[in-house]
Design a protein around this ligand. Structure first.
Ligand code: AHM
Ligand code: MG
Length: 299
């Protein structure tokens, strides 16, 4: 049985990137303990999006920064919970992350996740998702699992009793299938085309799998091997809610590496250039034919 390190070495990952994943998995282990045990209250501060931070957002962000500061390969970081990008070391790697996506779901005991995109850059402004060298999505559910890509396919690992992430499945492949996760259904009120799309999925007897957490929702697609997650914009929020750098770009790299697709309705998410850290984007991600259906119906 392989752990993350042996998997990464076997697919020919450069040593420095293996070390980056050592820090990331340490952080994920600590966040998984915090998610299980820490207080879920609000801390009274806002992030850059005007969303009130819960104690766990701040705590998870601090865990990520602490672990990454110990790693001499890391130079720059950007976090959904920080106002600006920050130079924390002299390494050449730059990491963008959402330390705890879906944190408002912890108090109801739903699954949440950590999302990371790995680059080599001096600033995130001007990068595109295609520039990522690797990406990771950790899910804190009944089990703690991690999807990893170093652009050599996608593998899934599970945290075992000994505190080690062991390979569950590699060469993950996305085909076609009838699961749908229709985010931001509020958009149906002013976008008849989105209502039409959702009605199509209902009439064609797709199975609904929507939790309100992007990571577990996309994790479902990656784990079952098919499906669609949609989060369109609407009148008041043309670009929707989800962030290009912290959420959509890393999840899109993982999805494309597994043979799926990801689009904002017009172009591939991974081709979108980051103009500001907090940039949002609509997203349609999952099985190729479903992403094409979203583009056709919503154009
Ligand atoms: P967060 O980063 O503040 O936790 O928000 C992101 C989450 C996603 O996981 C999820 O897809 C989306 O928000 C759901 O938002 P809403 O319920 O407002 O539609
Ligand atoms: Mg988030």
């Amino acid at each position: 049985m392989k752990n993350i390190k042996t998997y990464l070495e076997d697919v020919g990952t450069e040593e420095a990137l293996v070390k980056i994943f050592e820090s990331l998995t340490e952080a994920v282990k600590k966040i998984s303990v915090a998610v299980r045990t820490a207080n879920t209250g609000k801390v009274g501060t806002m992030n850059s999006y005007g969303e009130e931070q819960v104690a766990l957002d701040v705590f998870s962000n601090n865990i990520m920064i602490e672990e990454l500061k110990k790693n001499s390969m890391v130079g720059l970081i950007a976090s959904e919970e920080l106002p600006d990008e920050e130079k924390i070391g002299d390494g050449e790697f730059a990491l963008a992350f959402d330390p705890l996506d879906g944190s408002s779901l912890v108090d109801v005991n739903f699954s949440v996740g950590t999302i990371v995109g790995v680059y080599k850059t001096k600033s995130f402004i001007g990068v595109k998702g295609d520039d990522q060298l690797a990406a990771m999505a950790a899910v804190y559910g009944p089990r703690t699992t991690i999807f990893i890509t170093v652009k050599k396919g996608v593998a899934r690992f599970m945290l075992n009793e000994e505190g080690e992430f062991m390979l569950e499945k590699d060469n993950i492949e996305i085909g076609e299938g009838k699961y749908f996760a229709p985010g931001n259904l509020r958009a149906c009120a002013d976008r008849p085309a989105y209502l039409e799309l959702v009605n199509y999925w209902i009439k064609e007897k797709y199975t609904l799998r929507y939790s309100g957490g992007m990571v577990p929702d996309i994790n479902h697609i990656l784990s079952k091997g098919s499906g669609i997650f949609a989060y369109p914009g609407h009148k008041d929020e043309l670009d929707g809610k989800l962030r290009l750098l912290f959420e959509c770009a890393p999840m899109s790299l993982i999805m494309e590496q597994a043979g799926g697709a990801s689009s904002d309705g017009k172009i591939r998410i991974l081709e979108k250039i980051l103009l500001k850290l907090e940039q949002r984007t609509p997203i349609f991600i999952g099985s190729k034919e479903e992403v094409a259906r979203c583009k056709d119906t919503l154009k």
